[in-house]
Design a binder for this molecule. Structure first.
Ligand code: AMP
Length: 364
């Protein structure tokens, strides 16, 4: 079967979104502003995105009848999480354009293929080695050195599936802790800062990058993003160049995020890629209130074949704080803070580590 070609979407078209979390919800809100309808597909009955869309399908990602009906009802399919099963993406892309192209999922779902892809472009990452057994872990630890981080190749997020390897660490125990799954061992990066770049590439191949964002994680979960990042102009230029190079190399259509480490290097800094997210990203939430175009609108523009916006920050400084777990109970206090834009994702159950909402402040 020949895959349908992406095309310019007219007003009133329907965008299909795989995944019903807060990212899908904010994508659907941005799509609505541009006159599009959204159909959200997600197996979770409590999906935050279901609350605000025209239609939703609450089915498994391998329910082929439901996916066929979904494909018939939408004009383009996109996704808000990277672990869409490969067979689901292939099934849909035989019926409707799927953007970004599913080959990007295949590369970014696996830390080994992702890092190999990045280094193949001549872009630096932390030194890494593939690990499929305890014997390989011992060899990798000798090659990469310690401290290091052992990460499962698949399904890792927010620090899940990661084990630190220090000088005295027992490698056999670390290997057991990962569930003896295919892993990579990465050298620990003594970073000065973590930053990210959100890039958008349109159907016409034009790329727009957002200003570099500085990110602070607590317990491996993003807590604060701020713009401008406290980095040199050289680091900013290099980070944006890396994101543009990756978007172009993938022939990407839509928004992607590149997470990077900034490391002191002689008189200057080195910039290393940590991870690519083939989707809108938490570190780009500041763009809703703090930028002339949001990452969500930019993604919808890209997949609809519309011109991309030229991002320009509002104000002198923008800060986004995640409301994680019980912190969301303080939202009434945030509503009293002048200029604070409060976003709640409509999740009823508060759980530790769960992203419940965020607050953005634009400083004039
Ligand atoms: P990841 O899931 O790979 O994005 O890792 C989550 C967080 O763990 C990162 O944002 C860093 O704060 C930390 N981290 C991951 N890999 C490394 C590394 N190789 N060196 C230092 N810190 C790391």
């Amino acid at each position: 079967m020949i895959a349908p070609k992406p095309k310019l979407l007219g007003p009133d078209s329907t965008i299909g979104i795989l995944g019903g979390g807060q990212l899908g919800r904010m994508l659907a809100l941005a799509a609505a502003r541009l006159g599009f309808k959204c159909h959200i597909y997600c197996p979770d009955p409590e999906s935050p995105a279901f609350d605000i869309c025209r239609r939703f399908s609450e089915h498994d990602y391998t329910d082929w009848h439901a996916l066929d009906r979904f494909a018939n009802e939408v004009d383009v399919v996109t996704y808000e999480f990277e672990n869409v099963p490969a067979e689901t993406a292939a099934f849909l892309s035989a019926r409707k354009p799927v953007l970004p192209d599913p080959q990007v999922l295949a590369t970014t779902q696996d830390r080994l293929s992702e890092k190999s892809f990045v280094t193949g472009l001549g872009i630096a990452t932390a030194p890494f080695a593939a690990v499929h057994s305890l014997v390989e872990l011992e060899a990798a630890a000798a090659a990469v050195g310690r401290p290091a981080v052992l990460k499962t190749r698949r399904f890792g997020y927010d620090g899940k599936g990661q084990v630190s390897i220090r000088d005295g660490s027992d490698l056999a125990a670390a290997w057991r802790d990962t569930g003896e799954q295919p892993c990579i061992l990465e050298a620990f990066v003594p970073f000065e800062r973590e930053i990210s770049v959100i890039a958008a590439r349109g159907l016409d191949g034009k790329v727009e990058t957002f200003e570099v964002t500085e990110n602070e994680h607590h317990d491996h979960i993003l807590k604060i993003s701020q713009v401008p990042a406290r980095i040199t102009p050289a680091v900013a230029t290099e980070a944006r160049r890396i994101a543009e190079t990756i978007a172009t190399a993938f022939s990407y259509v839509g928004v992607l995020a590149v997470e990077l480490f900034v490391v002191p290097d002689g008189a200057g800094h080195a910039v290393l890629v940590n991870e690519i997210a083939p989707r809108v990203h938490n570190s780009g939430h500041w763009t809703i209130d703090g930028c002339s175009v949001s990452q969500f609108e930019q993604h919808i523009r890209a997949i609809a074949g519309l011109p991309l916006g030229r991002p320009a920050r509002r104000g002198r400084r923008v800060e986004m704080v995640n409301l994680i777990g019980a912190e969301a109970e303080d939202y009434r206090d945030w509503l009293r803070v002048p200029g604070a834009a409060v976003h709640l994702y409509g999740k009823s159950a508060i759980r530790p580590g769960r992203k419940m909402g965020h607050v953005t402040r634009v400083e004039e």
